[in-house]
Design a protein around this ligand. Sequence first.
Ligand code: ADP
Length: 616
Amino acid sequence: MSGMRGGGGGRGGRVSGGDVEAQRAANAAAPKIPDLFRRITGLFAPHRTALIVTITLVLVSAGLGVLPPLLTKQLFDVGLFPPTGGPNVPVLLELVGAMVALLVLSAAMGVWQTWLTANVGNKVMGALRIRLFGHLQAMELAFFTRTKTGVIQSRLQNDVGGVAGVLSNTISSVIGNTVTVIAAFVSMLVLSWQLTVVAVILLPVLVIAQRRVGQVRARIATKTQESLSDMTAITQEALSVSGILLAKSFNQQQAETGRYEKENLNQIDLQVRQQMSGQWFFAMVNIFLSIIPAVIYIVAAYLITGGVDVTAGTIVAFTTVQARLMFPLLGLLRVALDLQTSSALFARIFEYLDLVPAITDRPDAHPVRPDELGAVEFDDVVFRYPDAPADTPATLKGVSFRIEPGQSAAFVGPSGAGKTTIGYLVPRLHDVTSGRVLFAGDDVRELESDSLVRNIGIVSQETYLFHATIAENLRYAKPGATDDELEAAARAANIHETIASFPDGYDTVVGERGYRLSGGEKQRIAIARVLLKDPAVLILDEATSALDTLSERVVQQALDAASRGRTTIAVAHRLSTVVDADVIFVIAGGRLVEQGTHDDLIAAGGMYSDLYAQQA
Ligand code: ADP
């Protein structure tokens, strides 16, 4: 159902309502998802085994990592410069052999770890994306009419994508670097605890500085994602077929480019700020780590003077290890920053996952009952659009009517009267503000939505066909339909001959939104699709109003065939199409003002007869 008229459809999201929603969502996204950390770790729960293996590997690697510096010390103090005599070559060779073996072993373990973490990271992200997509499918129609499509897409693509990148890099980086840092730290302690104290005394300062930088970055990250989401929205609107058509026909290409450029400049600024934030911090860390060896030589001199046993081997090994500590440590600090950044993205993702669908099945919902199948009744229905400003009058102001099973009913009246809205309330695309909508005798809010929707078919003015073959589009209504069933439906909808005349027949791919077919052809395919569904109630929302008279006639024949044997609710623009309806309801200003057959209403000489006279 894409017939959102009156500012709906492709570009409708650009109205201020969409911006307000985007802004509200974006502002709320940044902070305060209370148990964010617990929820992020919760995502990893299904991969417990892989994570345990990974951690074990980390610990083993860490254990092995302690050895090389100790071997270096031995290499110096026993192999190269033994207390007595020249270099001890056999010992030297043994030690070198051991070092190479260790290197090979840790390299192999490193590859294994990367494999595990890449798997976990990507699976977690994939699962999150699927969950988000599924959750969005459950959201009510109003959510999509008030939120720009691009903004929604951006959460799925940019936000989940952003986290995915960070995460798969992060796991292996955290693990690899933790191993190195622990190993280096332990070997430093073993070599000389005094020198270790000197080397790490300033670390707490770094950690505090890192936290601050992280907070700044997370803020920038939130803004970056907001801007990305705006950019996606602009791209999605402007580069869609309808967007391009609109821009070209109003000569607005430059304005569109300007809009995109403005958002891009903002994005560039944010990216630069994000990349620059923390550069001073890293420079400081770098300087600090590079100065340490000098300090160590001096402290070592004092220690030796003070009678502490510090050999040349100890100092060489210690400074080597300390230098090797530098990059992993920087890496870990960076990762900590990345994690803070990605927590802002996670907050945005969870915010969407936490949206509560406004329309859901009650726990005691039941399927549609067969007794009165096809009956549709409105009982004093008042309806106000959830996002309509508070001071505007309700769209429907107490509408009551009953359509009997198998009847064909038509709704006519001035534009904006509320006819389409009535069509939306039957399949419960919105919930009434007060009153009741009854389907087969039950309030639609008591019915299982699956069952309700299965019994309703909708053909609207703006037909939506997927970029797929005609057969695939038809089978959307009935996945298991045989070729014969497709053909029967297409024949009934007056479109079989046309499809058969295409070189690829039913395998013809229809362009994005069916652009390669004429409006009437698309409409008839949509009718064939609804026929395959075979619903008890058919809603036709100005199904023929966009067509020329000739196509209208062909489509109208198809619709007449489709209407047979079921309740039909037609929202009609041209009164010529409703003359034969069993009952005509005239809606004006959100109220039912007249009802009856064509002849009754003409005889009554009210609004209908006026409208009819105008159109005739
Ligand atoms: P009709 O089909 O009779 O032309 P509609 O049912 O489409 O009329 O619309 C009735 C009124 O509801 C109009 O005034 C329209 O502006 C308003 N309306 C339609 N859709 C929305 C929406 N999503 N949010 C707020 N108001 C809406």
